[in-house]
Design a protein around this ligand. Structure first.
Ligand SMILES: Cc1ncc(COP(=O)(O)O)c(C=O)c1O
Length: 477
């Protein structure tokens, strides 16, 4: 071992739960309980063994069916799981953090069950995940919705207006039937990050009876590792001197979406009065599978260890790489058919996630869905979300410089292949004049170039008045 490798080995962060699970796996215990698949037992001589190994590897790593007292109890932890959850709580600043191996779909059900019951009056951002809507429906809570407004047609980003929330809670207080629970979506997949402390501060004034808040931060674990973004999060808000002690706050997070956790690894954080942690624990006991997945639990422990020790650096890199792509799009002539949809933030209420780029591809002769397909089939690049004009690129902590280069190369190749052909040039049929200053961006007969379109989209995003001779004529896209 080199000196450098030795010194690195000394600094491997502690993950006591992951250690305990690794030790239990090393024993290769024969189970007379369940899980015939453990260590390939049921596959000895099977024609399917190779197919299993292709996916699970030869060591059958991670799957274990041993319970307390040989590994810590998931529901009543006293040892390694208790330590791991306590460390996670300290990384995120929560009073209590619970691990889950069934996704934030379940975490949301547990959060709702902890703070609502039959007849509870609940105000909820309509743009929250289905798991919250279904839970409230099942509990027969009395639900009112906060509607979202479209911020940008291309990225399809939406947000609610704070005034809509405040007028609803104020009216409910006046009726003498105040909301008892507010449920927010802290961060959208498209990249709208609400500032939770701004919202809670305003609510303290307009909704004196409101105490219970759930914030779905499914996409947001990583933002606790960035100095600026952390200040928008639910648990940060809960700790502010003027808000501390005022609310019971539960935040749910899909650690698997933004940290190095296996799929379905999720976290529930709670900050509030003394009983809140016990309420969440009881709800988890009722709803969680009694067969928690040990590989997922170990990955949650390791993901929190990584967040604590390496997270800041990884998040910095993700944001830097996203910004590097913006630069390439702005300056590389081989990428000049693309542009980034800039959605203006509303100061104090929300900002746009710097790691999520909405890339407008409308100047190409191929649709976003078709580009997604070319990226996957030809370049081994996967993106998930497309709109009518754009693709969403999420720079998470697993993306590195090579991945950025691969994406850039793919986008260059796609531009070359699908750029608007000379005989498909488009020309303006009327005036398009931003006011102020009243100087035409296009006059009739002008060629509509990608660069002109870029300016047009930026102007639209800035909210400036755009004059057209014939208002029934749609603006060029
Ligand atoms: C906002 C939001 N909440 C909850 C979930 C569900 O999370 P999970 O996939 O971990 O069950 C999702 C999934 O995409 C989501 O976007």
């Amino acid at each position: 071992m080199s000196i450098q490798a030795k010194s690195l080995a000394r600094h491997v962060p502690k993950a006591s739960l992951a250690d305990e699970i690794a030790q239990a796996l090393r024993r290769q215990t024969v189970s007379f309980h369940a899980l015939p698949l453990s260590f390939g037992g049921s596959l000895r001589g099977s024609a399917l063994k190779g197919a299993y190994q292709e996916i699970l590897g030869t060591q059958w790593r991670g799957d274990l069916t041993v319970g307390a007292p040989y590994v810590d109890s998931f529901f009543f932890p006293k040892g390694s799981i208790a330590h791991a959850e306590a460390r996670a709580a300290s990384v995120f600043g929560a009073d209590a953090t619970l691990f889950l191996t069934a996704g934030t779909t379940l975490a949301n059900q547990i959060a709702v069950e902890s703070l609502a019951s039959n007849g509870t009056r609940v105000l909820i951002d309509k743009a929250t995940h289905q798991s919250i809507h279904f839970s409230l429906d099942r509990l027969r809570a009395r639900v009112d919705y906060i509607e979202s407004r479209l911020l940008c047609l291309d990225s399809e980003r939406t947000s609610f207006a704070l005034i809509d929330v405040l007028s609803k809670v104020e009216a409910a207080e006046k009726e003498g039937d105040p909301y008892r629970l507010l449920i927010l979506n802290g961060q959208s997949y498209d990249g709208v990050i609400y500032n939770i402390s701004t919202i809670l501060r305003a609510l303290s004034e307009f909704a004196p009876s409101l105490r219970n808040i759930i914030v779905d931060e499914a996409w947001g674990s990583w933002s606790y590792l960035d100095h600026e973004l952390r200040q928008s999060t639910a648990i940060y808000a809960a700790r502010l001197p003027d808000l501390a002690g005022r609310y019971n706050i539960i935040a749910t997070q899909s650690a698997h979406k933004s940290l190095s956790a296996l799929r379905q690894g999720s976290l529930i954080h709670a900050v509030g009065d003394g009983g809140l942690g016990a309420l969440v624990r009881a709800a988890r006991y009722k709803h969680h599978t009694t067969s928690p997945n040990f590989a997922i639990l170990a990955s949650l422990d390791l993901a929190c260890a990584q967040a604590e020790t390496e997270g800041v650096r990884l998040v910095e890199r993700a944001i830097r790489l996203a910004s590097e792509l913006r630069d390439r799009i702005a300056h590389d002539p081989l990428l000049d058919a693309y542009f980034v949809n800039e959605t203006p933030s509303v100061e104090g209420l929300f900002q746009i996630d710097p790691s999520k780029i909405s890339l407008n591809v409308s100047a190409l002769t191929i649709s976003p869905a078709e580009i997604r397909d070319v990226l996957y089939r030809e370049f081994d690049i996967y993106i998930n979300r497309t709109t009518v004009t754009s693709l969403l690129l999420n720079f998470h902590i697993g993306i590195n410089e090579d991945d950025l280069d691969r994406l850039s190369e793919a986008l260059r190749a796609i531009q070359k292949r699908y750029q608007t052909l000379p005989d498909r040039k488009r020309y303006a049929t009327g005036f398009v004049i931003p006011y102020p200053p009243g100087v035409p961006l296009m006059v009739p007969g002008d060629e509509i170039r990608p660069s002109t379109l870029r300016r047009l989209h930026a102007l639209q995003a800035s909210g400036i008045n755009l004059f057209t001779m014939d208002p029934s004529e749609p603006l060029p896209r």
